[in-house]
Design a protein around this ligand. Structure first.
Ligand code: SF4
Length: 339
């Protein structure tokens, strides 16, 4: 009966939803499809919450669950009743008198005037809705992250995010990187940056300005985003292991493209970008190239200036020379004429 009434409630609002749970424990998880970036839908969520609380109370149930009860803490006193809730607050007061741990979630210490968290309090959508749609579309993988946190996976047999595993720093996880990008987009929007002009490179500054910006100690949130992006190995595990396929290398490349409109690219970027055109030239004189690359001074310069180490030596004799010794030459025209 409870489920039928719950469904009627959601159907009455014309909502689509997922409903699942644990039948043995009588626990029901319900996910109505609401876009909380839409102010009207956020109001609807609040209304539905109140209606569901009344329905749960009618059947003698509890607003509880394994996750995310924080924002529903405001309903706690009504569910627990005055004396039980006061006991909860006493326990909270004994273990966390300063209300430091999850402040306002579930209950507050008995001696404090701090408020409980409410459904109407600011949430991620409160910030996300300030990001213009064009930015959201360009950085879609960062917007798609639903915060499930499966990327905080420290199992060494799992391919999920090696940078998060090794650093144990959440900024270096796909979820952390997506969150930083969303905050960066929000700040860009606040500053009135035009999406199209930015993506077309119209904010690109001169080499001299980029050099000055790079040398100056400018306070810029982009530096924090860059630090998190620089730790990404671009292994793409997130794009397959994450349940919503948050693809960090995709939005990382877009971010770097924007970042280097204001700051100078490091030398190693140019080196790596040109490696395919440089190596054939070096391969013409492999012995000379190897001697130069193995020179202690050159090695140390490459490491210090470009961060480039352990460059593999070029093949001597060259692949063309070696293959000429073992492979037969053939005439393509002659081959094509064979039956
Ligand atoms: S590509 Fe994804 S999984 Fe790999 S290091 Fe970067 S964020 Fe982590």
């Amino acid at each position: 009966d409870f489920i039928m009434e719950f469904r009627a409630l959601l159907d009455g609002h014309g909502l689509q939803y997922g409903m699942f749970g644990h039948v043995d424990a009588g626990v029901l998880h319900v996910r109505p499809a609401l876009d909380l970036c839409d102010v009207e839908q956020e109001k609807l969520m609040h209304q539905i919450s109140d209606e569901v609380v009344a329905l749960v109370a009618k059947y003698g149930g509890l607003m509880w669950g394994e996750h995310g009860k924080g924002f529903r803490s405001e309903y706690g006193p009504a569910f627990f009743g005055e004396s039980l809730f006061a006991e909860l607050r006493r326990i909270k007061g004994a273990f966390d008198p300063g209300n430091k741990m999850n402040p306002g979630k579930i209950c507050t210490p008995i001696d404090s005037d701090d408020e409980l968290v409410k459904v109407s309090d600011p949430k991620r959508a409160t910030l996300d809705r300030t990001i213009p749609v064009a930015f959201k579309e360009t950085f879609k993988p960062a917007m798609d992250c639903n915060g499930n946190g499966l990327c905080f996976n420290y199992d060494t047999t799992s391919p999920m995010c090696p940078s998060s595993k090794i650093t144990r720093d959440r900024r270096h996880s796909p979820k952390g990187r997506a969150g930083l990008i969303r905050e960066w987009l929000r700040l860009l929007a606040n500053q009135g940056v035009d999406h199209q002009a930015l993506m077309n490179g119209q904010y690109k500054t001169s080499w001299l300005t980029r050099w000055q910006n790079t040398r100056a100690d400018i306070e810029d949130f982009s530096h924090e985003v860059l630090e998190a992006m620089n730790g990404c190995l671009a292994c793409k595990s997130c794009s397959s292991q994450c349940p919503v396929k948050v693809d960090v290398p995709e939005f990382r490349a877009r971010f770097l493209n924007v970042y280097y409109q204001r700051y100078l690219r490091p030398l190693k970027h140019h080196l790596v970008a040109n490696v395919e055109s440089l190596t054939p030239l070096m391969a013409k004189l492999p012995k000379v190239s190897n001697a130069l690359m193995n020179n202690g001074l050159a090695k140390s310069l490459l490491e210090k200036v470009a961060g480039y180490v352990d460059a593999p030596p070029l093949s001597v004799p060259t692949l063309t020379e070696r293959s000429a010794e073992v492979m037969q030459t053939f005439d393509l025209v002659e081959l094509e004429q064979l039956d």
